[in-house]
Ligand binder design. Structure first.
Ligand code: ZN
Ligand code: ZN
Length: 136
C-alpha cells in the first residue's frame, strides 16, 4: 500500500479504508476511464455494490468523475488534485472506437458557450470519437 494513496484520499476528505485504497489504486494504475464492471474484474471476491458505494463516495468528494461516453456503461476516472467538478473543471473525453477505451483530455476544457438569457450551465458531456495512438 502506497503512502501516496492515503494522502490523495485525505486530501479530498475521504477516510482511507482498505477498500478505498484498493479502488483508488486500480483507477490510478489504469490511466484511463474504467467502468464498474472493469473495476470489478480487478478484484477476486468483492461485492459489486461495495465497489459502487466506494465510487459514489469518491465522486461525492470530487476524487473521481463519471463519464457517459455513449457505450452504455458509465465510466470513472480520477480528477485532478484541485478539481471541484465545477463547469470550469470539465474537460473533453475521447472514446476510441477500436479498443473502446475512454481517455480524459485534461488539457482540453469543455468549450464555454454564451447561453441565451435565463439558461445556466451546470455540466456537459463532451465526447469525441476516433482512434487512439495505440490503435492507429
Ligand atoms: Zn484504441
Ligand atoms: Zn475525465
Amino acid at each position: 500500500m502506497k503512502v501516496e494513496t492515503d494522502q490523495k484520499l485525505q486530501q479530498k476528505n475521504i477516510k482511507p479504508t482498505a477498500m478505498r485504497q484498493l479502488v483508488y489504486e486500480v483507477l490510478d494504475h489504469q490511466k484511463k476511464a474504467l467502468s464498474l464492471y472493469e473495476i470489478e474484474q480487478q478484484f477476486d471476491d468483492v461485492d459489486r455494490s461495495t465497489i459502487f458505494r466506494t465510487l459514489k463516495t469518491f465522486q461525492d468528494n470530487h476524487l473521481i468523475h463519471s463519464i457517459d461516453d455513449g457505450t452504455g456503461a458509465v465510466k470513472y476516472a480520477l480528477c485532478d488534485d484541485d478539481c471541484t467538478c465545477e463547469p470550469e473543471d470539465l474537460h473533453i473525453h475521447f472514446l476510441c472506437t477500436k479498443c473502446g477505451q475512454t481517455h480524459c483530455m485534461k488539457d482540453m476544457p469543455v468549450p464555454q458557450t454564451d447561453l441565451p438569457e435565463g439558461f445556466s450551465f451546470e455540466s456537459a458531456n463532451f465526447v469525441l470519437k476516433g482512434t487512439c495512438p495505440n490503435c492507429r
